[in-house]
Design a protein around this ligand. Structure first.
Ligand code: ZN
Length: 277
């Protein structure tokens, strides 16, 4: 399978966390000037701001709001904590609606004090409780499977198969999946499960970065596309053969890059996007 290289930045979406040192106002101006098409907003970037005002500012800058990151964390042994997660996710849906984000990324959660199967049941129950509100607000929800190294307390959903299974249990067109190459690149069933998601119209988002060797921090040492071992362009090809036409979202958590000059980092992102995505 040959995949055409990307020739422009119109389908590039940047996560605000990728350029964490910039405020959202600064990021929007810089992304827009760089010719980047989309933005995914992390909730921390909205702190002390009115989401509707920010949404207007982003569209004035010519940026498409791709998603709001993130909701989730439904799994808790204690019922009160599960309920407060549901309440919090309802607020996040309201926030997305005010911002004008059509999609919320869900990092579903896990509780190390219980079996993963139990955490997964709670995830399906939790999403099931908020789906009617999401649908009423016109907001889609996307389950992001996380690499199994995060199965203790971040996500009991660790493969795209588990995410697809959860979607099938939930039976709603408002629930789908995020394919983040950092989390799923190693999975021998990846291409088949991407096809399954596409067949069911559930390919809602695509996140890229790279896996460095050695990785010095399991959260904050993600690489630029091309710096590691993930076959990013091949996986993009699998997304596209399965009908995905959305943005290629660059999501890099990296203390190394955050310490650097962000203007120069943005240039590196553009180059890595065109050459290695
Ligand atoms: Zn992601």
């Amino acid at each position: 399978m040959s995949v055409e290289p990307l020739t422009n930045l119109s389908k590039l979406c940047l996560h605000t966390i990728t350029t964490r040192p910039w405020s959202i106002e600064e990021a929007a101006a810089k992304y827009s000037k760089a010719g980047i098409g989309g933005i995914t907003v992390w909730r921390e970037a909205l702190e002390k701001r009115d989401p509707a005002t920010i949404g207007q500012m982003l569209s004035d800058q010519g940026l498409t709001i791709v998603s709001l990151c993130r909701g989730g964390f439904f799994s808790h042994r204690e019922p009160e904590k599960r309920q407060s997660a549901i309440d919090e996710n309802r607020k996040i849906i309201d926030e997305a609606a005010a911002l004008g984000a059509p999609l919320i990324v869900l990092v579903c959660g896990a509780d190390p004090n219980q079996m993963l199967e139990e955490s997964r049941r709670q995830i399906v129950d939790g999403i099931g409780s908020i789906l009617p509100h999401a649908e009423a607000c016109g907001i889609r929800l996307a389950i992001e499977p996380l690499h199994p190294m995060y199965a203790d307390d971040r996500s009991a959903i660790n493969t795209l198969k588990q995410a697809n299974d959860a979607c099938e249990q939930l039976q709603s067109e408002w629930i789908g999946v995020v394919v983040d190459v950092y989390h799923v690149w190693w999975d021998p069933d990846l291409r088949r499960e991407i096809k399954r998601s596409g067949h069911n119209n559930r390919l809602f988002a695509f996140h890229v970065c790279d896996w460095k060797t050695p990785t010095t921090d399991l959260l904050l040492d993600r690489g630029l596309m091309g710096e590691g071992c993930i076959p990013i362009r091949t996986i993009r090809g699998w997304m596209e053969e399965s009908g995905f036409t959305g943005y290629n979202e660059v999501e890099i958590f990296s203390t190394i890059y955050w310490e650097q000059n962000q203007d120069r980092f943005l240039e590196k992102i553009k180059k890595a996007y065109l050459e290695n995505t």
